[in-house]
Every structure is written in C-alpha cells, then in structure tokens.
Design a protein around this ligand. Structure first.
Ligand SMILES: Cc1cc2nc3c(=O)[nH]c(=O)nc-3n(C[C@H](O)[C@H](O)[C@H](O)COP(=O)(O)OP(=O)(O)OC[C@H]3O[C@@H](n4cnc5c(N)ncnc54)[C@H](O)[C@@H]3O)c2cc1C
Length: 528
C-alpha cells in the first residue's frame, strides 16, 4: 500500500484547488481522477474537427477570477500557461423578427440597446447597476465564507451596518424572489425581462422558482461590468496550470484512476482509498472527495459506518434537470438575423419569459421541451486560437432536458433512450438556431452532440446530466447544502471530507469549497 497525507478523489477544479493549498503547505498530496482527461466539467478538446478547440462544458471564468484561489495563485497560474480573453460584449438575447438586446461592458452602448425597447428600462438598469455596486461589496464575500460560521455572522453584521436594517431586509427580499418576480419588479419591456431570466436557468432556477433572483441579479450585472472571460486555447489550460502547480509542490495527479471504495478502520475512520485496479492508498490525514454527496455515500462509503439518519438525508438529495451540449465547427461566423449579436460571447434564445417557464416545466415533468432554451457560446469570436482563420466554434448549452425522459412535449420523438434521442433532439436545437440565424446549418463542417447520459458517463458528478451536481433550490442551498448539519465539508465519517458543486456554495467555477475545505484541513492539521 502506498501512502499520502491526503488523497483527493477527483480532479474537478475544487479538488485541484484544495490540492494546491495542501501541497503548498508541504502535505504529500495524491489526486486520483477516474477519467483519462482531468478537470471534470472544465475540459477542452478538439471534439468536432482537428483545429477547432471547444470547451466541452464550462467556459465562463467569471466566478473563478473572483475566487480566493485566483487571488492566491493567479500569478502562478499565468506563469504555468493560463491566459485570458475577455469579451466586452458578454451576452445578448435574440427575439423574433430579427430583434435583439445586447449587453456591453460599455455602459452607454448597453443603455442605448435597452432604450431601443424601453427608455424607462434603460433608466431602471442604471439603478440596478448602482444598487449592485452598493450591495455587492457585502454580498460577494458572504458567498466565499463557510456557512454557518462566526465569520458569516460578522459579514451579515457588516452588511447591516452599511445598508441599514431596512436595506438589508430589502436585499434579502430581492434574493428570495423568483427570477420572474425580480425582472417584473424592475423592468417593463418583455425583452429586458427576457434578457435576465436565462441567468437563473444556468443553475436550475426556472422563472417561477423562489430564491432564483440571486443569480440573474449578480451574474447579469457582474458580466456587464467585467465582461466575460474565457481561457485562451481552451479551459483545459486552466486545469493544466493547476496541475503544474500541484506537481511543482511535489504532489501527484494520476488519471485513469477510478476510486471504488473509501477504506475505513474498525472505529469507522477513513484511512485511505481502494482503486478499480485493486491498489490501495493510505491517507494519513484525510481523504478529500471531489465527488457529489450522493454518489459518494451511495457508491464509495461502506453504509455500515454511517448512521441511518444521515444516509436517509443523502438519499433525498435531489438533482436538477439535465443539460445537453451541441458543439459545432463552422466554416464562417453565425449568420444572425440581427448582426449586433455576432460577437456576443453568449446569445440566449428563449425567447421570452413565458417560453422559458414552459421549457422548465416540461423538463422537470420529464418531457423533452418542445422549444429548449439555448445558450449559444461564440468563444472563437474572442479567442482566435480556437478555430482556423475565418472559421468558428459554436458551443450550445441546451437548457434544460430531463435526464431520463418519459416523452416528448412536441410529440414527435418517440424513443426515450438518449443514445437514439440525442441526434433527433440536436436537430430540434439546430432548427431553433436556424430561425434566428438562417443559413447557419449550411455552415456546419462537423457537429458533436453530448447528451445528459454522455455527461454523466464522462463525469459521475453530473447525474442525469445535471450540470451543477444537485438542485440549488432553497431547501438544499446555503447552509442546507448538501444536507442540513453538514455544510462545512466534513462528513459523519471522520477523516472523510467532501468538496465540489454538491457542497456550499454550489455549482460554477467558484473554487470556494476547495479553498474552504483546505483552510479547515490545514487548521485542524487533518484531525477531525
Ligand atoms: C455543460 C456545462 C456548462 C457549464 N458552464 C459553466 C460556466 O460557463 N461557468 C461556470 O462557472 N460553471 C459552469 N458549469 C458548472 C461548473 O463547470 C461545475 O459546477 C464545476 O466545474 C464543478 O466542479 P467540481 O469541483 O465540483 O468538480 P467536477 O467538475 O464535477 O469534477 C469532479 C471530478 O471527479 C472525478 N471523479 C468523480 N468520482 C470519481 C471517482 N470515484 N474516482 C476518481 N475520480 C472521480 C470526475 O471524473 C471529475 O473529473 C458548467 C457545467 C456544465 C456541465
């Protein structure tokens, strides 16, 4: 049996983040990744055609750039090869009859784009941006603190002192709204309302789910102010840089190394892991799993060492609806009916709030939506290294589809098996894109479709294609994530820690759970 101070299961960005801090502190770190390619939901590759580099899943680095990990390791990541491309045209929405609403980092251009639909909404947007700038210095730090904690309480106190008691309650009231309530309370035009709604859907907030306003509020304004950043040459280079740092501190990262069991001693303490090839690795201080909480406790941990009540709670941890990816290699750019969105990093095609609400309802009821929400990513418009001259990559995130469909809301796809449904549903996606960009399909040189089943096969954390490893609805978010009583990365198995999107603060490249768990481990020196 070989050994380490800490064995990290999984090379998602949270596992790698924790590994960087622990290796830097002198711990002997071994990261074990089941896939051939590290990075989890942060991977890139030439999946359509040689010369066309696609981010397979995550692409927008905004959260990562605001993370403590980037603060602490940014210069080293850059030295190890990470470079950024930042789009000053972060997002847009297109609507019928060739209309579109685009956001820019340039305030005046954004206001003019909104004023095309409603001068009052342009004024309201300016108020929303001002409000964001007032509250975000208090709100963002809270999203990077352990919950519950003394530190978090102090953060709330600081916020209350700055905003006043009423101001704090007003903010709370906004955060608890559904996305629809939020956009309707600020804006009157249906285009401006529709522009913000899809940001809730990047998590699993359909327009009418309470608590979903947080994400459209924060993401729409943050991307407008900062632009949208991607990694030059593909997000895989971020992962590559993180691994270089770990190795530089003496850590090891092994791919094709699925962990099949957490080893425990007679007292029920985690002592190491067993791999699928039969090897075992002892962990002197901790096993840190970058594995979603359900898979961890349903597949890797011996149920007899965990109390029944905890297992019951874990079994109730819900996943959100799935996602499907369609990657295109194009001979030219997307021929949008409205050319103002040609360089927008993301173009959302809902089009309107009620359409997105219907899509969400159909997906959660188990039906293939008759008209899915499309997030069309145009990375090669900003990163020219991703496609040959004059040609382009297109990244389409299809939100949302059921992981295990029971039927088709449009009634035309009769199979319910993703391997046969994938190409049929991709055609529906292309038909919708073609409505807003006539001629786009004639520019397709190659296409790769990744169904929810493919997502899960590649990364067991994406259960049913859930891109964020578990619903973020209020009953399993904040201090309730992943389950009540266990929001601070420890588990009932002493010596076993858990990080990743199924833990606070949830999905996205925020790197926070990796950071916070590493700090807690270093403080406790691995004692539980
Ligand atoms: C299609 C898609 C688009 C997205 N877009 C964005 C975006 O633009 N911006 C953004 O911020 N977020 C985005 N997200 C969300 C974000 O990518 C994820 O929330 C985040 O990457 C999750 O990181 P993680 O640390 O939880 O680990 P994961 O990325 O889930 O990685 C965990 C790793 O652990 C490995 N593993 C699991 N079990 C085992 C085992 N038993 N043995 C060994 N290895 C194991 C897996 O193979 C995987 O590599 C997107 C997600 C998807 C799927």
């Amino acid at each position: 049996m070989s050994d380490a101070d800490v064995v990290v299961i999984g090379s998602g960005h949270n596992g790698l983040s924790a590994a960087m801090y622990l290796a830097k502190a002198g711990w002997k770190v071994v990261v074990l990744e089941q896939s051939q390619v590290p990075g989890g939901a942060a991977k890139s590759g030439e999946v359509t055609k040689p010369g066309f580099i696609h981010d397979l899943y995550a692409t927008n680095l905004g959260l990562f750039l605001g993370s403590p990990v980037y603060r602490d390791f940014g210069p080293m990541l850059t030295q190890s090869g990470l470079a950024l491309e930042v789009s000053s045209e972060p997002y847009a929405s297109v609507f019928p009859h060739g209309t579109a609403l685009s956001m820019y980092t340039d305030a005046e251009k954004s206001l003019a784009s909104i004023a095309n639909f409603s001068p009052e909404d342009a004024e309201a947007w300016q108020h929303l941006v001002d409000y964001f700038q007032r509250v975000s210095p208090y709100l963002f730090p809270l999203l990077q603190m352990p919950v519950p904690s003394f530190e978090f309480g102090r953060g709330i106190f600081r916020m209350t002192r700055a905003l006043g008691w009423t101001g704090t309650q007003e903010l709370l009231s906004l955060l608890l709204q559904s996305p629809r309530e939020f956009v309707e309370s600020w804006f009157s035009s249906k285009e401006m309302q529709a522009l913000l709604i899809p940001w809730g859907f990047h998590l699993d907030y359909g327009p009418d789910v309470s608590g979903g306003a947080t994400f459209p509020f924060l993401e729409s304004v943050a991307d407008h102010l900062n632009g949208m950043a991607i990694a030059r040459g593909g997000i895989g280079l971020l992962v590559h840089s993180m691994i270089n740092i770990i190795k530089g501190y003496g850590g090891q990262v092994e791919v094709n190394a699925p962990v099949t069991q957490i080893l425990t001693d007679n007292a029920g303490h985690a002592t190491g892991v067993k791999l699928s090839d039969g090897r075992t690795i002892a962990a002197r201080r901790a096993v840190l799993a970058n594995v979603n909480i359900r898979t961890l406790f349903e597949s890797l941990v011996d149920p007899t060492v965990v109390n029944h009540g905890f297992l019951k709670r874990i079994q109730k941890f819900r996943f959100g609806p799935g996602t499907m990816m369609v990657h295109l290699a194009l001979s030219g750019e997307v021929p949008w009916l409205n050319p103002s969105v040609t360089r927008s990093m993301y173009v959302h095609i809902g089009p309107y709030v009620n359409d997105v609400a219907r899509t969400y309802q159909q997906a959660v009821a188990g039906y293939l939506p008759d008209s899915p929400l499309l997030v069309v990513g145009q990375q090669s418009q900003w990163d020219h290294s991703r496609a040959p001259d004059g040609m382009h990559t297109v990244w389409i995130q299809v939100r949302a589809v059921p992981g295990h469909p029971i039927g088709d809301a449009a009634g035309s796809i009769v199979t319910t098996d993703w391997s046969t449904m994938g190409p049929l549903y991709a055609q529906r996606v292309l038909d919708k894109l073609e409505e807003y960009a006539p001629g786009v399909t004639s520019r397709i040189l190659a296409m790769t479709v990744m169904t929810p089943q493919d997502l899960q096969n590649d990364n067991p954390n994406l259960v049913g294609g859930d891109s964020i490893s578990g619903s973020h609805h209020l009953d399993q978010f904040y201090f309730l994530r992943p389950v009540p009583g266990w929001s601070r990365y420890r588990t009932p198995v002493p010596g076993l820690w858990v990080v990743g999107a199924s833990t606070w603060p949830g999905g996205g490249l925020n790197a926070v759970s990796g950071y916070l768990a590493a700090q807690a481990l270093l403080k406790s020196r691995g004692r539980h």
